[in-house]
Design a protein around this ligand. Structure first.
Ligand code: NAG
Ligand code: NAG
Ligand code: NAG
Ligand code: NAG
Ligand code: NAG
Ligand code: NAG
Length: 881
C-alpha cells in the first residue's frame, strides 16, 4: 500500500517526467530490452529507483525477458570528453546516476585502439584507480599497423560506440555507453550482434551455434559432468558470428578472468557481465570465419606442437586398481592388433590418492612396466591433482612439508593455509598456488621424486577448476564482499565445490584468479616436463582451461556419460576447443560415467578415432570398455581396428594440420561452414566434421542406424579411388555397417598418407608415404606435408623439419620442397590421381614414362612407384590424354 502511494506521489510530483518515461518505456519492443536489474530480486520499486522501466513483457512466455530495462534516454554515464589521436579514440565517462550496485566507478576511461586492419581493442578502465587485470596469459597484442581497415569506428551523438564493416555497413559492435554499469563488483555492457549465427562462448554443453533467445551463458570454471545450462570446466569469453548471406565473419573476445555471464537476447545482442576486473574487448573483423578465429588464436597464443605419439591412440581408465589389470587391458588391445601408443593411469596408481606417490603394493611393477613401454616406443601418462594432502604424519610427505617451507599453498585472507578436501575424503587437502613464483622450483622437485621411480612422458592435470569436495574450505569462508557479490553469475555461490573467493593467491584474490588457475598450472607442468625431459615437447592434458592455455596444454571434455547424447555433443565441443586455440581435444571414447554398450562403444571408437585427441577412458566401477574388453564382444575391436588403422595412415596429414595450427592459428577439426562459408545449409551441421579442409568424417550417431544421411556441399567427394559423389549441395545416403566409418576426401585437396598399416606412430618413420590427389571440378588440387622427428622441442626453430607442397593443375602434379631440414629418407609408394578428364595415354614421372592403372568409374589412375621416388625432392608427374 505504502509502496503504491509513494509511486503515485512520485508520479504526481514528476508528472511530466513520469509520463515521458511511460511513453519511452512503451516504445521499446521486448527484444530491445536490456536488463537494468540483472541480479535476483528485482522489484518495481528497485527498478524505478534506478530510473528504469518496469513492465511485464508483452509475451512473458517467450523467454527470460527482463521486466526492468533501460529507457531509451537513460544516462548512467555521461560522455564528458572524447578525442581522437591518430588511430585511437579516447572517451571519458562520468557517472551521473547510481547504478544500484555498490561502489560505482565514478570516472571510466574508454580507449579504442585500431590495431590492425582486422583487429581493434576497446578497453574500459577506472580512470583513477588500478583494477585487477590478468598478468598471464600474456596476449600478443599486435603493434598498430593500419593500412586500410575493414571497419570504421564511430561515437554517435546518442553515446553509442559503433564498429561497422566498411564494405557492407554491417554493424559488428554497437554499445550504448550511457547504459554501461561499471562498479567494483559488477559490470554490464550490452552490444548488438551482427547476426544470429553465434558460436563460441565455452565451455558449455550446447550446440555449436549459440542460442540468442534470452539465454544466459555462465563462465566460472566448475567441476560438473557436461550438463545443459551449467558452466563447465573452462572459460573462453570469445564468440564469432558468421554474417549470414555473406561469407564474412567477425568476433569479440572479452579478456577478463572474473566469473561472468554473457547474456544473449534476440535483437540480436550480447550483454557482458563480469563481476570484477576491467572490460577489455578485442574485436575481430574478418573476411570469413577461419580468418577471425586465426586472429583470435594469434592474440591469445598459438597452440603447442604436440609430439607425434600424442596423435596415437590412448588407453585409460579409473579403477584398474592394480598393475595386473592395467597390463591386461594394454596387452589385449595389442593382441587385437588395435593401434596403440599411450597407456594412462588415473588416481588409483597413487598411494592413498596422494600426489607424487605411487602405490608400491598394487602397482609394484609400474616402473618396470613403463621401462618396457619405452623399449617398444610406447608412452605413459599419469594424473596429478593440484591439491596435496595436509593430513599425513609429520615428516612423511615432502610435497606438504616442502610446500610449507616454500610458502606455496593458497591461504585464507587471514594468512592461514586454506584446507579443503579432495580425493581422500577423510583427509585434509591444501592447494598449491600456481601463481606463486616459487611454484616451478617446488613442482619440479616433487615431480623429480616421482620421476625417479616412474618415467612418465606427459602429465594429466585434473581437478584444477579448482574442484574441492567441500564448499570454500573445511572451516567455511569468512564474511566478505568477495564471498557475496550482489550479482552472482549463473546464480551460483562462488565458493561452491571450490575455494573461498576471499582466499589469497600470489596473483591476487582467488575471486579474480579462479578462472586462471589451470592456465598457471599448465605452464608449471610445461616447465616441469621440459626440465625432466630436456629437449622433448611437453604433453599436458588439462580438464580446466582458460583462453590462451593451448600454448602449453590440451584438453579432454571431462566426465561425459556413456550415452548417445553425450557422444553427439562431443562434436560441437571439439569445434569449440578448436576455435579456442586448443585443437588437441577429444571426449572420453565410449563415455566416462556409466556403462557403455557394445553398439555405442563400436560407434564411439569409430568416431573417436577421428578426435584429434583419441583416448578411451572409463569411470571407476564401470564395466571394462577398452576396445578389446571381452565383455564388449567382437564388434568393438573390429570397428576400432578399422577406424584406428585409417587414423594411423592419415596421421601424416593430421600432423601437418597441427603444424598449421601451431604456426598460423588454423583449426584442426572444423565445422563444414569454415570451408563453405557461402553455403548456409552447412551452418547448422554438427553431426559430421572435417579434418582441415580435406577430410569429411561421417560418424553414425544414432542407435540402430546402419547408414548416414550425409550433407555434401557443392563439389566432388571421393570415398577412395573406387567411388565418389558429385554434389550440388545435397544429401547422400552412405552405408555404414557397425565396423565401418565413412571418411570422404574433398575434391581440390592432396592428402599424404602412410602406405602400410602401422600399430604405433613410431613406425610412421619407417614406412613409405602415398599421395591421394583429389581433383576438383576445375581439375585442380593442393596439399602439404609437414614431417619431423616427432618429438624435439626445437624442430621448427632449428629448421629440422621437412615441408612439401603439392599442386595439381593442367594435368600436372608438381611437388616442391619448401624445407628439407629433417635428414631422414622417405619414399613414395604410389600416387593416386582422381577426377581426371579422361584416361591418360602417357604418364611421366620426372619426364620418364611410367605405367599406371586407370579406373573408369571414378576417373582415377594409380601410379605404382614401388618406393622408388624420394619424397623430399621436387618432382613432376604429368599425364596426357
Ligand atoms: C565528441 O567530441 C566532439 C568534439 O568535442 C563533440 O562535438 C561531440 O559532441 C562529442 N560526442 C559525444 C557523444 O559527446
Ligand atoms: C600378453 O598376451 C600374450 C598373448 O596372449 C601372452 O603370451 C603374454 O603373456 C601377455 N603378457 C602379459 C604381460 O600379460
Ligand atoms: C586417506 O589418507 C590416510 C593417510 O593420511 C590413509 O590412511 C587413508 O587410507 C586414506 N584414505 C583413502 C580413501 O585413500
Ligand atoms: C619462496 O620461498 C622462500 C623460501 O624458500 C620464501 O622465503 C619466499 O617468501 C617465497 N616466496 C614467495 C613469493 O612466496
Ligand atoms: C563466396 O561468395 C563470394 C561472393 O559473394 C565469393 O567472392 C567467394 O569466393 C565465395 N567463397 C567461397 C569460399 O566460395
Ligand atoms: C613398378 O613395378 C611394376 C611391376 O614390376 C612396373 O610395371 C612399374 O613400371 C614400376 N614402376 C616404377 C615407377 O618403377
Amino acid at each position: 500500500m505504502l509502496l503504491l502511494e509513494l509511486l503515485i506521489f512520485e508520479c504526481l510530483i514528476l508528472v511530466f517526467h513520469c509520463s515521458i518515461l511511460n511513453g519511452q518505456c512503451n516504445s521499446i519492443a521486448d527484444e530491445y530490452r536490456f536488463d537494468c536489474h540483472p541480479e535476483l530480486f528485482a522489484s518495481e520499486q528497485k527498478c524505478s529507483d534506478r530510473g528504469c522501466c518496469w513492465r511485464s513483457p508483452s509475451n512473458p512466455s517467450a523467454g527470460n525477458i527482463p521486466w526492468c530495462y533501460f529507457p531509451p534516454n537513460y544516462v548512467g554515464y555521461q560522455i564528458k570528453r572524447n578525442s581522437t589521436d591518430g588511430n585511437n579514440l579516447n572517451i571519458e565517462l562520468n557517472r551521473v546516476r547510481p547504478s544500484g550496485f555498490p561502489n560505482d566507478i565514478q570516472v571510466v576511461r574508454v580507449e579504442v585502439n585500431s590495431l590492425t586492419d582486422n583487429v581493434l581493442r576497446v578497453k574500459f578502465v577506472d580512470a583513477n584507480n588500478k583494477r585487477f587485470e590478468p598478468q598471464f596469459p600474456i596476449l600478443n597484442v599486435p603493434k598498430s599497423q593500419l593500412k586500410s581497415p575493414l571497419y570504421d569506428v564511430q561515437l554517435t551523438n546518442e553515446g553509442n560506440l559503433v564498429v561497422t564493416r566498411k564494405s557492407n555497413r554491417r554493424q559488428i559492435f554497437n554499445a550504448n555507453l550511457r547504459t554501461l554499469i561499471f562498479s567494483n563488483q559488477f559490470h554490464q555492457l550490452s552490444s548488438s550482434l551482427p547476426s544470429r549465427y553465434i558460436s563460441g562462448l565455452g565451455e558449455h554443453k550446447d550446440h555449436f551455434r549459440k542460442n540468442v533467445n534470452w539465454k544466459r551463458y555462465t563462465f566460472f570454471n566448475f567441476d560438473s559432468p557436461p550438463t545443459f545450462d551449467t558452466p563447465l570446466y573452462g572459460t573462453h569469453p570469445f564468440y564469432f558470428a558468421i554474417e549470414d548471406g555473406t561469407p564474412h565473419a567477425s568476433g569479440v573476445f572479452l579478456f577478463n578472468s572474473n566469473a561472468m555471464d554473457i547474456f544473449l537476447s534476440p535483437s540480436p545482442a550480447a550483454s557482458f557481465r563480469p563481476i570484477g576486473g576491467v572490460l577489455d574487448f578485442f574485436i575481430f573483423v574478418g573476411e570469413n570465419p577461419s580468418d577471425v578465429v586465426a586472429d583470435y588464436i594469434k592474440l591469445i597464443g598459438l597452440p603447442n606442437m604436440p609430439p607425434l605419439w600424442a596423435l596415437g591412440f590412448h588407453l585409460s581408465r579409473y579403477g584398474y586398481n592394480n598393475l595386473g589389470r592395467m597390463v591386461e587391458a594394454w596387452n589385449r588391445t595389442r593382441n587385437a592388433k588395435i593401434p596403440l601408443d599411450v597407456q594412462w593411469s588415473d588416481i588409483d596408481y597413487m598411494k592413498d590418492f596422494n600426489d607424487f606417490t605411487y602405490d608400491k603394493n598394487n602397482f609394484a611393477g609400474l616402473p618396470q612396466f613403463i621401462n618396457n613401454l619405452h623399449k617398444i616406443g610406447m608412452h605413459f601418462v599419469p594424473i596429478l591433482d593440484p591439491g596435496v594432502s595436509g593430513g599425513e604424519p609429520p615428516n612423511t610427505y615432502p610435497p606438504f612439508e616442502d610446500g610449507i617451507k616454500m610458502n606455496i599453498f593458497i591461504k585464507h585472507s587471514n594468512g592461514k593455509v586454506l584446507v579443503g578436501r579432495v580425493w581422500n575424503r577423510s583427509g585434509k587437502t591444501v592447494f598449491a598456488d600456481f601463481t606463486n613464483p616459487n611454484i616451478t622450483d617446488y613442482w619440479v622437485k616433487q615431480a623429480q621424486r616421482l620421476y625417479s621411480n616412474i618415467k612418465f612422458d606427459g602429465l594429466w592435470i585434473d581437478m584444477n577448476e579448482i574442484s574441492n569436495m567441500v564448499d570454500g574450505s573445511l572451516d567455511g569462508c569468512p564474511f566478505s564482499s568477495l564471498e557475496n557479490p550482489q550479482y552472482l553469475p549463473g546464480n551460483l555461490p562462488l565458493k561452491r565445490k571450490s575455494v573461498c573467493p576471499s582466499a589469497q593467491t600470489y596473483a591476487g584474490n582467488y575471486y579474480d584468479t579462479h578462472n586462471l588457475f589451470s592456465t598457471y598450472e599448465t605452464l608449471t607442468a610445461y616447465k616441469t616436463l621440459l626440465k625432466l625431459r630436456p629437449g622433448k615437447r611437453p604433453f599436458i592434458l588439462s580438464r580446466s582451461t582458460f583462453a590462451g592455455q593451448g600454448q602449453y596444454g590440451n584438453h579432454w571434455t571431462g566426465d561425459v556419460f556413456s550415452s548417445w547424447e553425450d557422444m553427439r555433443y562431443s562434436i560441437p565441443a571439439m569445434f569449440d576447443f578448436n576455435i579456442f586455440g586448443i585443437p588437441l581435444v577429444g571426449a572420453d571414447i565410449c563415455g566416462f560415467n556409466g556403462a557403455t554398450t557394445p553398439e555405442l562403444c563400436a560407434r564411439w571408437m569409430a568416431m573417436g578415432a577421428f578426435y584429434p585427441f583419441s583416448r578411451n577412458h572409463n569411470a571407476n566401477n564401470a564395466p571394462d570398455q577398452d576396445p578389446a574388453a571381452p565383455n564388449l564382444g567382437p564388434e568393438v575391436p573390429k570397428a576400432s581396428r578399422y577406424a584406428l588403422t585409417l587414423r594411423y595412415k592419415l596421421i601424416p596429414y593430421l600432423y601437418t594440420l597441427f603444424y598449421r595450427a601451431h604456426n598460423f592459428g588454423e583449426t584442426v577439426v572444423r565445422p563444414m561452414f569454415f570451408t563453405f562459408p557461402n553455403d548456409t545449409n552447412s551452418y547448422p551441421v554438427e553431426n559430421q566434421f572435417m579434418w582441415g579442409s580435406s577430410l569429411l568424417i561421417l560418424p553414425v550417431l544414432q542407435q540402430g542406424a546402419t547408414s548416414v544421411n550425409a550433407y555434401l556441399p557443392r563439389g566432388v567427394w571421393y570415398d577412395d579411388f573406387k567411388s565418389s559423389y558429385h554434389s550440388n549441395g545435397q544429401h547422400f545416403t552412405l552405408d555404414s555397417p557397425i565396423d565401418k566409418i565413412n571418411v570422404l576426401i574433398r575434391g581440390g585437396e592432396i592428402i599424404p598418407f602412410a602406405d602400410d598399416q602401422v600399430l604405433q606412430t613410431k613406425d610412421l618413420h619407417n614406412v613409405n608415404f602415398n599421395l591421394f590427389v583429389a581433383l576438383n571440378e576445375h581439375y585442380k588440387a593442393y596439399g602439404e606435408l609437414y614431417w619431423d622427428d616427432g618429438e624435439s622441442i626445437d624442430s621448427q626453430t632449428k629448421g629440422a623439419y621437412n615441408l612439401m607442397q603439392f599442386l595439381a593443375e593442367n594435368r600436372k602434379l608438381q611437388a616442391t620442397v619448401v624445407k628439407n631440414g629433417y635428414r631422414a629418407q622417405k619414399y613414395v609408394s604410389s600416387i593416386v590421381v582422381c577426377g581426371v578428364d579422361g584416361e591418360p595415354n602417357v604418364v611421366t614421372l620426372n619426364s620418364k614414362p611410367i605405367q599406371v592403372k586407370y579406373i573408369q568409374e571414378t576417373r582415377c589412375f594409380i601410379a605404382n612407384l614401388n618406393g622408388s621416388l624420394n619424397l623430399y625432392t621436387n618432382f613432376k608427374l604429368l599425364w596426357a590424354n
